[in-house]
Design a protein around this ligand. Structure first.
Ligand SMILES: *Cc1c(COP(=O)(O)O)cnc(C)c1O
Length: 423
């Protein structure tokens, strides 16, 4: 069965999300497949940021309590609006910090070594920043990371075998920290099952949702996930350096945060200015200092779209687009030695397709010269992320046409096979 350009056009015309593309700033001379690294700007996100500037312009200090979105409650409001994306109660999510700083906060709160239970289990393929945070927290608490950080190895360098994760759980483990979707191979782990199994051993579980929030639906509350953290600038299109978010299950409300600051106070008490900390009774307590209002504002506009569409339709289109992308790779590129490195089953893959090739770095440069924006991850991965809200089926087809031309003409050979400084 041959996939044709005609068929792609039909999928586009039938696409129930097609109107959302018009809400984004799209460079029509290029094909953007990097929304899993930095999502594009939407008009609603832009307007939300302009509105915040307006309230500063017109209200000065009174913007904290007045205006369209009073700054004092803005992190809580965004948390409430983000909650449906992760299947949380509204008080369980707060928009604050960054992925890495939130992990530091959550480790400081939930890593409580006790007797023989001192270890943190993570995986050997996770994003480096998560691992740095774990290593530094172990050191701060007086433990040697080479002994107390256990990294579950990958058997093939791409995927983590879930059985290997389960085998690593025992009575010496205090915490399990994993990505929902692995950033390189796009493998989606079974969040519910792993969480349940860890709990049987008395282990708390924290999930990094950077590559799944906004691409996949979650049920963090019902799955009894202890905590989670993610960034909002990837699939959620909140802009470069956009403020991140965290989830703490309500069963843990009442704990004192490991890192305290006045914005984690109970709201009514904060301005009492007492030297005795009164924590908020929600995830809001994990905030530290004054919220970065302008780096949060775009998320407000962006979340409006997710609310209108719902994660079910987004995931459905995303799975369909990545399926077509994989089928086209097989159909058109079979002679060029690409390996599809992501799991191919729907239940096990995230929002991007991960293509492996020994010449990946320069193939990416070549794609960019032809107006396709993928991204490269060391040592040999090309990540291609069609984003349900703005990528068309035509673009997916064109991408593969361009890639085929590059391979056929060896256009990539004019570049060096090394990554850029930011890649
Ligand atoms: C994008 C990403 C990060 C980035 O962390 P920041 O603190 O936002 O810079 C961390 N971990 C994972 C898994 C990511 O995908």
């Amino acid at each position: 069965m041959n996939i044709t350009f005609e068929e792609m056009k039909q999928w586009d015309s039938k696409d129930e999300l097609k109107d959302f593309r018009k809400e984004f700033y799209i460079n029509e001379n290029s094909i953007y497949l990097d929304g899993n690294s930095l999502g594009l700007l939407s008009k609603r996100a832009e307007q939300a940021l302009l509105d915040m500037l307006e309230s500063w312009k017109n209200l000065g200090i009174d913007g904290w309590m007045k205006g369209k979105n009073p700054w004092f409650y803005f992190a809580e409001k965004l948390g409430e609006l983000s909650a449906p994306l992760v299947g949380a109660r509204k008080e369980e999510v707060i928009v604050t910090g960054s992925t890495t700083s939130n992990l530091h906060q959550l480790l400081a709160t939930f890593y409580e070594p006790n007797g023989r239970r001192t270890k943190i289990v993570a995986d050997a393929l996770n994003f480096p920043s998560d691992i740095y945070a774990i290593q530094s927290m172990l050191k701060l608490k007086g433990y040697d990371p080479s002994e107390h950080l256990v990294q579950v190895e990958s058997r093939d360098g791409r995927l983590i075998d879930e059985q290997d994760i389960l085998f690593s759980l025992n009575e010496e483990v205090a915490l399990l920290i994993l990505p929902t979707v692995l950033y390189r191979s796009g493998q989606l782990l079974d969040i519910q099952k792993i969480t349940q199994e860890a709990h049987k051993h008395g282990i708390l579980v924290g999930w990094d949702g950077c590559h799944s929030v906004g691409a996949i639906a979650h049920q963090f509350h019902d799955w009894e996930v202890d905590f989670a953290y993610w960034c909002n600038y990837k699939y959620l299109n909140a802009g470069p350096g956009g403020v991140g978010a965290l989830f703490v299950h309500e069963k843990h409300f009442g704990r004192t945060p490991g890192l305290t600051g006045w914005f984690g106070s109970k709201k009514e008490k904060q301005f009492d200015m007492e030297h005795h900390f009164t924590p908020a009774e929600t995830s809001g307590t994990y905030q530290i200092g004054t919220p970065h209002i302008f780096s949060m504002a775009p998320l407000l506009g962006s979340l409006g779209m997710f609310d209108e569409v719902g994660m079910e339709k987004i995931r459905k289109k995303s799975l369909h687009q990545t399926r077509i992308l994989m089928d086209l790779i097989e159909q058109e590129l079979s002679e060029y030695h690409f390996v599809i490195a992501n799991p191919t089953e729907d239940a096990r893959r995230g929002g991007h397709v991960s293509l492996e090739h020994p010449e990946a770095a320069r193939i990416c440069k070549s794609l960019k010269e032809y107006g396709v924006v993928p991204d490269f991850r060391k040592p040999s991965i090309i990540r291609l992320a069609p984003v349900a809200l703005y990528t068309t089926y035509e673009e997916i087809f064109q991408t593969i046409e361009i890639l085929k031309k590059i391979m056929k003409e060896k256009h990539y050979e004019k570049f060096s096979n090394e990554r850029e400084v930011v890649a």
